[in-house]
Ligand binder design. Sequence first.
Ligand code: PKZ
Length: 184
Amino acid sequence: MTRSSRTSPPPGTPVPPAQLGAPPPGSALGSHYSRCFGCGSDHPTGLHLAAVTPDSTTVEATFTVGEAHQGAPMLAHGGVLAAAMDEVLGMSVYLFRKPYVTARLETDYVLPVPVGTTLHLRAWCNGITGRKAYLEAEGRVGAPDGPVAVRAAALFVEVSMRHFAEHGDLAAITAEHQDYEVNP
Ligand SMILES: CCCCCCCCCCCCCCCC(=O)SCCNC(=O)CCNC(=O)[C@H](O)C(C)(C)COP(=O)(O)OP(=O)(O)OC[C@H]1O[C@@H](n2cnc3c(N)ncnc32)[C@H](O)[C@@H]1OP(=O)(O)O
């Protein structure tokens, strides 16, 4: 895809290996928050993405475009597709066992995506330097090797758990995240 220098790792940056504590290959990845628009099971109109990691460093998920996701009649809304890409990108960087947030998200829309289409999503990390993680994702139509409909590249920035405590809902975080200490 056409990526800006802001979502491309500096030349020579290695692809990070699987982290100690990452889910083993083949694991299903749970939701990071039950009311998340992307993956939360309690979100009434969310995307309900459920993902697996085949190798502890990349993420795969499927997303079937429904009538609630339309922009033009019976075609997926681009912002919904970007949200699905953001979610799988976020899930993939979460494999590195640190909290990150999206700082920049670039999206190429390659094919129109009709309602009823199942997109096979995949996301992976191209490199991490300091707090910055450089990620990429694609969505393919109908099968893991189907035609590419959407591509995305992103810069995620590592934050401390205080980011979520200061700007969000500390009680909701602690209720669902015993894996992170909020005030380390
Ligand atoms: C609930 C509990 C969860 C627990 C943990 C589990 C999480 C599991 C998540 C799973 C899935 C998530 C789902 C999708 C993820 C979202 O959608 S996250 C929500 C959307 N994103 C946001 O709200 C982020 C809002 N932005 C910010 O808070 C701040 O701008 C940031 C991104 C934290 C950066 O601020 P900062 O910490 O002050 O850092 P700053 O020094 O400005 O930048 C650091 C570096 O990044 C660069 N940078 C920053 N922004 C940009 C940019 N836009 N373009 C290029 N470079 C940039 C800076 O130039 C700097 O580079 P260096 O000088 O170090 O070379």
